[in-house]
Design a protein around this ligand. Structure first.
Ligand SMILES: Nc1ncnc2c1ncn2[C@@H]1O[C@H](COP(=O)(O)OP(=O)(O)OP(=O)(O)O)[C@@H](O)[C@H]1O
Ligand SMILES: [Mg+2]
Length: 246
């Protein structure tokens, strides 16, 4: 499966969604970051100042990939998708993370409209509602975007495709492991802390324990969000997609 994670807006969680929501649940998938600056750590490969032609060639050579398109490259990518007709068909689905602030919702609408203009069908464009705050109904927080989509259903907006605000994403920013991996870690931190020689070591171990606890808290939410994306419809053999076959 080949997915593109895209939004004209920066800081909406494209890299977070690619790394922690999508790649860990698509066996064998790697994340390719199309970033011109500050390619995120922990991502396996970056195409800096990339050539769209090269990206297309690369996409022929791999089966499973999540392409994380940094905000600074989105406009260029859109321009090239216009030029290379039907090139969007290389991707099974475009995942569009969005966040509540009105400016970001407007940018999300512009992103959806552009994808629609290059010919991507509505069922191949899916919103992920990110940084959702449980204290406010999602329908109210994302009112601008949802009412646009009611008028013009050019993308899928399933409100179960949601990721809550959580400090764990900032904590794991510089780490190479994804949250699912961190949650699976079985290290007995309490024992290690008891044996640790100095306070600094105890604190470092304590941080890792706290991160694992937070990770274990969010993994079920990420699983539910991934299941709601229903990406299994893009594979003939459902066994290829974790959580869809079972
Ligand atoms: N659900 C969330 N809860 C809390 N923080 C989050 C969440 N999602 C993302 N973040 C944080 O928001 C910041 C921006 O996220 P991220 O880097 O994934 O955005 P991006 O869209 O890839 O940005 P850019 O356009 O710069 O590449 C990061 O610090 C990340 O840890
Ligand atoms: Mg990013």
């Amino acid at each position: 499966m080949k997915l593109a994670v895209i939004n004209f807006s920066g800081n909406v969680g494209k890299s977070t969604v690619a790394r922690h929501l999508l790649a860990p649940r698509l066996p064998g998938a790697r994340v390719i970051a199309v970033e011109s600056i500050n390619a995120d750590e922990g991502q396996e490969q970056s195409l800096r100042g990339f050539q769209f032609g090269e990206l297309q060639e690369y996409l022929q050579a791999v089966d499973d990939v999540v392409v994380d398109i940094g905000a600074s490259n989105v406009e260029e990518l859109m321009r090239l998708m216009h030029r290379y007709r039907e090139s969007h068909e290389e991707f099974d689905c475009f995942i569009v993370p969005t966040v509540p602030p009105p400016k970001q919702q407007q940018d999300t609408i512009a992103t959806l409209a552009d994808l629609h203009a290059v010919g991507v069908l509505p069922d191949r464009i899916q919103i992920v509602f990110n940084m959702v705050d449980d204290r406010e109904p999602l329908e109210r927080a994302f009112h601008i975007l949802l009412s646009f989509l009611e008028q013009k259903p050019i993308a899928l907006a399933n409100t179960d495709c949601r990721v809550g605000v959580n400090e764990v994403y900032a904590r794991v920013g510089g780490m190479s492991a994804d949250l699912a991996e961190i949650a699976r870690d079985e290290t007995d931190y309490k024992r290690l802390i008891a044996r640790a020689g100095d306070r600094q070591e105890k604190m470092a171990l304590g941080r890792r324990l706290a991160t694992r606890r937070l990770a274990r808290g969010v993994v079920p939410e990420l699983d539910a969000c991934f299941a709601a994306l229903n990406l299994g419809r893009f594979v003939s053999d459902d066994a290829d997609v974790a959580g869809v076959a079972s």
